[in-house]
Ligand binder design. Structure first.
Ligand code: NBP
Length: 476
């Protein structure tokens, strides 16, 4: 018997993806460096579909129908490089090798370029949805040649999540495009979680219990803020400490956030591309500050400021304001993330379709949210310089912006840190300002470094002879 698709790596993601494929009717070859993991998948789930287990990579490859379709789900970095080195001599031109791990898009570009001369298609694919998504239907973001998508696309589309019959999987562009889109997805996820955290801090500062805050998130989840992250927030807020059922679990979890690095990549890449993703960088830095225990210990003891309490006259009005601030900030994070993708697409010659990206994020992935339907529809209606200019988005922001300002102002007054909300608002005000402070920056740069300036009423670059006769000269 031959296999239609093969999966390498039987840790949690790979085994769940292979099971998903088998459940969807594909004959799946499976292989793992440590053979016992392959045996465990067969022992535990062999009855879920047709699996062809292998302890030897050459036999695994030989079992696959041509053109071969191989999905690697191994540890990103050295694990991926090791598997590529071992498998490429066994593959033939026209075969498709998919990396479903969380690779850095620059590595994917390098690997694709190295493998291309062999005629093997290398497909860097973002997969989001965690282990449950891998099993039940993730959001899948493949990048690679168009021909490779014709071969691997049908399998990936079938195992992905679906919305109204449409798969949450689409070709993202050549070489590193898929992993780039997944990276930005994770960056937006960081921002989303930071905003949720800030909203929760504000509700607590206003005197709500965790259970009352959970009620607020639950009600928001029924409206425009409907999303997986908002939904699970109320679950976390309601959880009790299993060791002491009178205590909220949240109160015994150390207030130090971890991270695996994709948020950092999103910010580093944005800096290189010259794109503002300040909501994402605030979220990454907020996690760093949270874990900087000595700094926080010193800060708590020596820094003066208000007591982190907010007095609200009308709780319902306050809750609506926080909801509006949360929605607005979230939109800014999406706008910034999509701007990063658009800029990268121009830089790397990727044919990205912004509406399609929003479309495949509608389900299966961690940032799945009702907002994505709106983003998809807006991009389908016409190209946009920024998501913020989309008709329904700008109208809703216009409605929310006063509340957003009230929330940031009251947080600042009370000393409740809201770096995400205030950064998002700062971005909104920057992009709508007729003039920023850049003219002064240019004047200063020209004075101390003869860096020149451009005029509003003339072409070319100019320099003022600041230390001499004060005349303006045209710069070359
Ligand atoms: P891990 O990231 O923990 O990797 C473990 C797998 O890699 C095992 O199958 C292991 O084989 C294999 N492996 C390693 Br380590 N080094 C290898 C080598 N030199 N040659 C061959 N195989 C090697 O597994 P995971 O959590 O299932 O994630 C798999 C990929 O999916 C990662 O890239 C991850 O970033 C990505 N991802 C994970 C999630 C998630 O929610 N966990 C979500 C989205 C994407 P062994 O059994 O022999 O040690």
């Amino acid at each position: 018997q031959t296999a239609e698709v093969g999966v390498i790596g039987m840790a949690v993601m790979g085994s769940n993806l292979a099971r998903n494929m088998a459940r969807k009717g594909f004959r799946v070859a499976i292989y793992n460096r440590t053979a016992s993991r392959t045996d465990e998948v067969i022992a535990g789930h062999g009855n879920e579909g047709t699996f062809l287990p292998f302890h030897d990579l050459a036999n695994f490859v030989a079992s696959l129908e041509r053109p071969r379709r191989v999905v690697m789900m191994v540890k990103a970095g050295c694990g991926t490089d090791a598997v590529i080195k071992e498998i490429t001599p066994l593959l033939q031109p026209g075969d498709v090798l998919v990396d479903g791990g969380n690779a850095y898009f620059g590595d994917t570009r390098r690997r694709e370029e190295e493998i291309r001369p062999t005629g093997i298609h290398y497909v860097g694919t973002g997969i989001s949805g965690g282990e449950v998504g891998a099993l039940e239907g993730p959001s899948i973001m493949p990048g690679g040649s168009k021909e490779s998508y014709e071969i691997i696309g049908p399998v990936l589309e079938k195992i992905s999540a679906h919305v109204d019959g449409e798969p949450c999987c689409a070709w993202m562009g050549t070489d590193g495009a898929g992993h780039f889109v997944k990276m930005v997805h994770n960056g937006i996820e960081y921002a989303d979680m930071q905003f949720i955290g800030e909203a929760h801090s504000l509700l607590r500062a206003a005197g709500l219990t965790n259970a009352e805050a959970a009620d607020a998130f639950e009600s928001w989840n029924h409206g425009d803020l409907n999303s997986y992250l908002v939904e699970i927030t109320s679950r976390v807020l309601r959880a009790k400490d299993p060791r002491n059922p009178d205590t909220d679990l949240l109160d015994v979890i150390r207030d130090e956030a971890g991270m695996k690095g994709t948020g950092t990549w999103t910010v580093q890449t944005a800096l290189e591309l010259g794109v503002d993703v300040s909501t994402i960088s605030e979220a990454v830095f907020a996690r760093s500050v949270s874990s900087a225990v000595p700094l926080r210990t010193v800060g708590q003891h020596v820094l003066a400021g208000p007591e982190h309490t907010i007095t609200v006259e009308d709780r319902q009005t306050f809750l609506t304001d926080v909801r509006d601030a949360l929605w607005s900030a979230k939109v800014v994070a999406y706008a910034q993330g999509l701007d990063e993708i658009r800029t990268a697409a121009a830089e790397y010659n990727w044919e990205v379709d912004m509406g399609q990206i929003a479309s495949i994020w509608r389900d299966g992935c961690i940032i799945r949210a009702r907002l994505l339907q709106r983003i998809r529809d807006e991009y389908a209606a016409g190209d946009l310089v920024s998501l913020l200019e989309a008709p329904s988005v700008k109208a809703e922001l216009a409605r929310c912006q006063q509340a957003w300002r009230r929330v940031v102002a009251c947080a600042v007054e009370a000393g409740v840190p809201v770096p995400g909300f205030s950064s998002a608002l700062g971005y909104y005000d920057q992009v709508r300002a007729p003039r920023l402070n850049a003219a002064l920056t240019q004047g200063l740069r020209d004075l101390f470094g003869a860096h020149t300036y451009r005029r509003v009423d003339d072409e070319g670059s100019w320099h003022l002879n600041w230390s001499g006769d004060g005349r303006e000269v045209r710069a070359n």
